[in-house]
Design a protein around this ligand. Structure first.
Ligand SMILES: Nc1ncnc2c1ncn2[C@@H]1O[C@H](COP(=O)(O)OP(=O)(O)O)[C@@H](O)[C@H]1O
Ligand SMILES: [Mg+2]
Length: 321
């Protein structure tokens, strides 16, 4: 790829949340890809303690002064590529930082990041645009939840399946609520949906047009849990084998939701494919980005190799507004 000038990209990885490790791996992949296509790259990492680092060196003793030092690196960038999942990253906070600093950033702005990170709000938006979601209720604070039938329990804002469980009796429900409460004080209790797990990746190109890569099926034995996600045992089929009707329904729903949330750049929208069609599971506005992650696999199936996908995403960077 030839470029008229070297462009400087700041890649941010890590994050002060449970998904720190996978975000480090994604950021390393993105930084390598950018270097190989001629970008100049500065890698910044947010520690689990909230302190910003460059390489192995902390940029300050505390989050605030390290952030001040990080900002002086960020302000020199032509674009910021945040590969941070979960709270204080994917939830719009890093987009907000770039908006305030007037630096273009890859991915969704504040609103779509915040709503996409909130599984309850996402459901409300999806329902409003005619996309089915798992029937469920929101538990806040101390609530007496009676067991009636098996349910999926999950924190409203988390990721990588942390705090997610299916409860089959009252004891499991109590344990699942306690575990979910470690990640968020708002908890979703949902019907368990029987269906294939299908992910759809949406890319919004620099010219604004939006398209979906061929869908991916996850073959998980029951819940797609944290261990299966990262121990290399996850099995994916890309492209997923789908009828034309199912493919169209999934793609339409993904594009409609991307639009309704006002996402930008990239999102991975995850569904259960049931006998009655797609049921939305969740939206990831900064999905896993290692070369082995679902999104790069889906774009590879669309003829866009990893390095090219990452370079095209940099082209979409904009100052959130
Ligand atoms: N309502 C549900 N019915 C059946 N399985 C579910 C349900 N909600 C979540 N799961 C399972 O749990 C996994 C993780 O839940 P998800 O909401 O995607 O959380 P995360 O944001 O941590 O990935 C899903 O990939 C799926 O396997
Ligand atoms: Mg998920």
């Amino acid at each position: 790829m030839s470029r008229s000038r070297t462009r400087r990209v700041v890649v941010i990885g890590g994050g002060a949340n449970a998904e720190h490790e996978v975000a480090l791996a994604g950021a390393t992949g993105v930084a390598k890809a950018l270097c190989s296509t001629g970008f100049e790259v500065d890698e910044l990492t947010i520690g689990r303690d909230g302190v910003w680092r460059q390489g192995s060196g902390a940029l300050g003793a505390r989050p605030a002064d390290s952030l001040a030092a990080a900002l002086s690196i960020i302000e020199r960038a032509d674009a910021v590529f945040p590969v941070v999942h979960g709270p204080n990253g994917e939830d719009g906070t890093l987009a907000a930082l770039c908006a305030l600093a007037s630096v273009p950033v890859v991915g969704s702005g504040v609103r779509a990041g915040a709503i996409g990170m909130d599984k309850w709000m996402t459901k409300l938006v999806a329902q409003a645009v005619g996309i089915a979601t798992a029937p469920g209720r929101l538990i806040t604070g101390i609530a007496d939840v009676r067991f009636e039938s098996q349910v999926a329990v999950k924190p409203v804002s988390a990721g990588s399946s942390y705090g997610v469980a299916v409860a089959r009796d009252a004891d499991e429900l109590r344990a699942a609520l306690a575990d979910a409460a470690r990640y968020d004080d708002r908890i979703l209790v949902e019907d368990v949906i029987a269906g294939r797990e299908i992910d759809v990746a949406v890319l919004q190109e620099a010219d604004g047009h939006t398209w979906a890569a061929p869908a991916l099926e996850i073959h998980a034995d029951g819940l797609f849990d944290t261990r299966t996600k990262y121990d290399g045992s996850a099995r994916f089929t890309v492209p997923a084998v789908l009828t034309d009707a199912d493919r169209t329904a999934l793609t339409d729903a993904a594009l409609r939701l991307f639009d309704a949330l006002g996402c930008a750049g990239l999102a991975r929208i995850d569904f259960f494919l049931t006998e009655d069609g797609p049921v939305l599971n969740e939206v990831n506005t900064m999905p896993g980005m290692t070369p082995e992650s679902q999104v790069p696999k889906m774009f590879a199936a669309a003829g866009v190799p990893y390095e090219q996908l990452i370079a095209r995403l940099v082209d979409t960077a904009a100052i959130p507004g």
